[in-house]
Design a protein around this ligand. Structure first.
Ligand SMILES: Nc1ncnc2c1ncn2[C@@H]1O[C@H](COP(=O)(O)OP(=O)(O)OP(=O)(O)O)[C@@H](O)[C@H]1O
Ligand SMILES: [Mg+2]
Length: 316
């Protein structure tokens, strides 16, 4: 068999020269995978090559891209390595399958004062506990987009569990983001810090508020969703790569379209709904009680549990 040159870049495709490749890149077709999923007419139109030539280029691109897979047994093995962080409430832990999982994004949404940030503080402390106490022996990266990170709460929650409050705070890397660019950059540049400090939990409180404030009006919706999408995928990538947990909070908006039931929907639309592995809906109940509803989980049934927000953290 004649050995052909390995196809690695756009230029290596038959019928596509340097100029055509540049043209494609400028149009957002940046790699072989993009070409592999295009129609011959789209490729022909974008590049200026004939439909026939486009057909050949696409076939070559499909040949050159590899399908990455794992066997079910490998996925199973990987899942045995997953870590779980206790929420402080046994009931809530059980409902979500043992705690907030690594390799995944857990989202809490709800109205103001529903306890989203408090749960974030509790997880920030608990992630630092030893593994047999419901933690992951790790550090925490806390991306604060609302200016509501409260070290006093970390201190109080840690102290109540017999932990050294000062050390606990030392183990939290707080990044205050005031623009979506800063927020996105925090995740983009987190790789090195995560490895250096053994970060096992990333909190983003909240994921959506800056996006909501910056991209106003219908016209900005596409850009907002695009950027949010990119940000979430980056967080998921970090979760997979470093076997860490990601906890994000999200506000709700009133949805006047719903006449029966609860007229609130989380911000972020379908992008977030699909990206978050586990979704929790938090509601205020009497006094310090909060109702946490498991809305979406890949392996646990829907359910509700009641937690308490106390001065020393989340309790049953
Ligand atoms: N030291 C404390 N002791 C007991 N309860 C507290 C303490 N600090 C805060 N809380 C309770 O936590 C609630 C606020 O919860 P939290 O800050 O988690 O809300 P949130 O869901 O993040 O709201 P938002 O959308 O405004 O950010 C308050 O209603 C208060 O009752
Ligand atoms: Mg909050």
């Amino acid at each position: 068999m004649a050995k052909e040159k390995a196809i690695k870049e756009l230029e290596d495709l038959p019928g596509i020269g340097e100029t055509t490749a540049e043209k494609l890149r400028a149009a957002g077709v940046t790699g072989l995978e993009k070409v592999a999923t295009m129609s011959e007419h789209d490729l022909s139109e974008l590049s200026g090559i004939s439909v026939e030539a486009a057909k050949k280029a696409i076939a070559a691109a499909i040949d050159a891209t590899t399908l990455e897979y794992q066997t079910g047994a490998q996925v199973y093995e990987r899942r045995q390595e997953l870590g779980k962080i206790s929420t402080g409430s046994k009931d809530l832990d059980e409902m979500i399958g043992g705690g907030v999982e690594t390799n995944a994004i857990t989202e809490a949404y709800g109205r103001f004062a529903s306890g989203k940030s408090q749960l974030g503080f509790q997880l920030t402390v608990n992630a630092q506990l030893p593994k047999d106490k419901g933690g992951l022996d790790g550090a925490v990266m806390f991306i604060d987009t609302e200016g509501t990170f409260r070290p006093e709460r970390i201190e109080a929650i840690a102290e109540a569990q017999g932990m050294d409050p000062k050390k606990t705070l030392e183990n939290v890397i707080v990044i205050r983001a005031t623009t979506t660019d800063q927020q996105i950059l925090a995740a983009e540049k987190a790789d090195k810090l995560i490895a250096e400090k053994n970060v096992k939990l990333i909190v983003v409180d909240s994921l959506t508020s800056l996006f909501r404030a910056e991209f106003v009006g219908r016209g900005a919706l596409g850009e907002r969703q695009g950027k949010l999408n990119q940000h979430i995928h980056r967080l998921q990538m970090l979760a997979d790569k470093h076997n860490l947990a990601v906890y994000i909070t999200n506000q709700v908006m009133d949805n006047p379209g719903i006449m029966f039931g609860d007229p609130t929907t989380p911000i972020g639309g379908h992008i977030l709904a699909h990206a978050a592995t586990t979704r929790l809906y938090m509601r205020k109940s009497k006094e310090d009680k909060r109702i946490v509803r498991l809305v979406d989980s890949p392996s646990m049934p829907e359910g509700e549990s009641i937690i308490k927000i106390t001065p020393t953290g989340i309790k049953d």
